[in-house]
Design a protein around this ligand. Structure first.
Ligand code: ATP
Ligand code: MG
Length: 256
C-alpha cells in the first residue's frame, strides 16, 4: 500500500505568532522507513509536526514538502490524510455525540474513499481492540471525552491500526506515558512497519527508540536537523545526558 510513498522536506521555514521557529529543515523519509526525531525542548519538533499537518497557526515562509509525489503544503488537512498521512494528534478535540466507533468508521471510509459495511467494520474494530487490550465498551464512548492520557494514546493506536497509513507522525512529547503504554506504542509501530507503514516519531524516551528499531535517528536543534545517524546517536545521548555535544560538533563543522 505504501509503494513509492515518501516524504521530502526541503529547507522548510515556518513562523508562529510572527517568530521563526523552523529555520531550514531538510529531511527525507523513504517508503516504510522508521525515523526518530529527538531534540531539546523548544527546538521545533512539534512545530514541524503541526506544519506537516497543516495547522492554521503556523505560517510556512519558505521551502517545500513533497509527500507521495505531491506538494503537501498545497493540500488541505483532510486531503493530506487521504494521501495516507496520519498525525497522532490530528483529532485531539473532544467531540460530544460522536463515539469512538462512529468516528473511526467515518475516518476509514474517508481514507478508503468508499463505504465500509457495518459487518466488515465491526470485525476490523473488534480485532484491533483485542490487539490493544481495549474493553469493547470503549468503542461507545464519546471521542476524547474524559479520556485519560493512556486511553487517548490507545485510541490513537486504534486509529493507526484501522487506517494503515503510508506515513504516521507521532508526537509523544506531552503524553506522559507509563512503561507499559510506551511498550504498546512500540509494538504497534513494529507491527505496522511490517506492513510498510513509515514512521516519524518524536520522543524523549530512549526505550521507545530502542523498541521501535528505527533505521534513522535525527537530532533537531534550534529549528534545524543538526545531526542524522542511527542508534549510535541515542547511545551518545544517553551517555552525555544533554544536547551540548551536538551543538559543539555543529559549531565546529563536524557534521553536515
Ligand atoms: N503558538 C505559539 N505561540 C508562540 N510560540 C510558540 C507557539 N508554538 C510554538 N511556539 C514556540 O516555538 C518553539 C518550538 O516549540 P515546539 O513545540 O515545536 O518545540 P518541541 O521541540 O516540540 O519541544 P518539546 O520537546 O518541549 O515538545 C518554542 O520556543 C515555543 O515556545
Ligand atoms: Mg513538542
Amino acid at each position: 500500500m505504501a509503494d513509492g510513498a515518501e516524504l521530502v522536506i526541503r529547507d522548510l521555514r515556518a513562523t508562529v505568532a510572527g517568530k521563526e521557529i523552523l529555520k531550514g529543515v531538510n529531511l527525507t523519509l523513504g517508503a516504510g522507513e522508521r525515523h526518530v526525531l529527538l531534540g531539546a525542548n523548544g527546538s521545533g519538533k512539534s512545530t514541524l509536526a503541526y506544519v506537516l499537518m497543516g495547522h492554521p497557526n503556523y505560517t510556512v515562509t519558505g521551502g517545500s514538502v513533497e509527500f507521495a509525489g505531491q506538494d503537501l503544503l498545497a493540500l488541505e488537512p483532510d486531503e493530506r490524510a487521504r494521501l495516507g498521512l496520519f498525525l497522532a494528534f490530528q483529532y485531539p478535540k473532544e467531540i460530544t455525540g460522536v463515539t469512538v466507533s462512529n468516528f473511526l468508521r467515518t475516518a476509514v471510509e474517508a481514507t478508503r474513499g468508499e463505504k465500509v459495511s457495518l459487518r466488515e467494520f465491526s470485525k476490523l474494530l473488534t480485532g484491533h481492540m483485542a490487539t490493544l487490550e481495549m474493553q469493547p465498551e470503549f468503542a461507545r464512548r464519546y471521542l476524547n471525552e474524559g479520556f485519560s492520557g493512556g486511553e487517548r494514546k490507545r485510541n490513537e493506536m486504534l486509529q493507526l491500526l484501522a487506517l494503515q497509513p503510508k506515513l504516521a507522525i507521532l508526537d509523544e512529547t506531552d503524553s506522559g506515558l507509563d512503561v507499559q503504554m510506551r511498550q504498546l506504542v512500540a509494538n504497534v509501530v513494529r507491527e505496522l512497519a511490517s506492513s510498510n507503514t513509515g514512521f516519524l516519531v518524536v520522543t524523549h524516551y530512549e526505550d521507545v527508540v530502542r523498541q521501535m528499531q528505527p533505521q534513522h535517528v535525527h537530532i533537531m536543534l534550534d529549528g534545524r536537523i543538526a545531526m542524522s545517524g542511527g542508534l549510535e546517536l541515542v547511545e551518545r545521548l544517553g551517555a552525555e545526558k544533554s544536547f551540548d555535544w551536538v551543538r559543539e560538533e555543529v559549531s565546529h563543522g563536524a557534521v553536515n
